[in-house]
Design a binder for this molecule. Sequence first.
Ligand code: TYM
Length: 336
Amino acid sequence: MTSFKQRVFSGVQPSGNLTLGNYLGAIRNWVGLQDTHETIFCVVDLHAITTWQDPNTLRDATREVAAGMIACGIDPKKSILFNQSQVSAHAELAWIFNCVARMGWLNRMTQFKEKAGKNSERASVGLYVYPDLMAADILLYKATHVPVGADQKQHLELTRDIAQKFNNDYKVDFFPSVEPLIFGEGTRVMSLRDGNAKMSKSDPSENSRINLTDDRDVIAKKIRKARTDSEPLPETLEGLEGRAEARNLMNIFAALSDQTAATICQQYAGQGFAEFKSDLADLSVEVLGPITDEMRRLMGDKAYLDSVLREGASKADAIARPILKEIYDIVGFLRP
Ligand code: TYM
């Protein structure tokens, strides 16, 4: 029997440091999928420039995200790893999807509202059509499974809507239905300063996040300083309702130790945060320390990183180009 491997696609923006949120919500989950699925992982530099990026910083961040993925366990021999701008078919399909998606759909995207803020008139048009490019990333490979953190759910619903509308409009059964893979205790890692805000690369407060490039002392310090409350830890998770910061630290602990939040809660029931934080700091350093070391080592070898991205791009292009050709035929573009 021939085995059919389902195709996975996912991406990370090179718009700042990789955070613990990127790791627990996404990249860590990708590693296991490499053995069971055909996996394609992309550093999405076209997405990054929807907000201003200094060119030199963007180049460095692109390599850094690639180094981070490899250090977390993405193996360029098992997965295709590349940066988006090297495969021009992404931008080409995104244009077609700009013509498939409806203004009303994009108007409902919460990420645009968050990122554009009050001054949406000054946001780039790219930021507005960002989800169309994301749909193109996935559907260009006819990927069916997309492992992401919870914040990407709405974008993936839009991807399904675009695929369906394309299929309906052109009366084809071309694009598959896309399944989000959102799993583990770390699908929504929140800021260490505010349990109701996402931990994000772009948060102005350094203490709000743990970066994968932080050294051991910095990681431990950020966890010690993380905001909590004065109540002792409860026996069950229900007792953490309304205590967003405490719940967040519990989830991080659970995700890093591969246990459930309920188990960790029981373990620390009745205690204050001092011992819990000290153990969490040790655990974080134990898990992230080797990743940081490997990332630093890889960052010193730009030639290697560039060759991985170049070879990845060439493999990605070999899959994408024929699919894009079929799409052009379906749409009716003349190719004499
Ligand atoms: P980005 O670069 O913001 O984040 C990359 C991945 O990390 C996850 N993530 C989190 N998960 C849990 N808690 C957090 N605090 C946290 N912060 C980030 C994100 O959910 C994501 O999975 N639009 C995407 C990039 C993208 C993409 C794609 C993803 C472009 N094309 C196609 C999947 C498929 C983004 O901005 O991710």
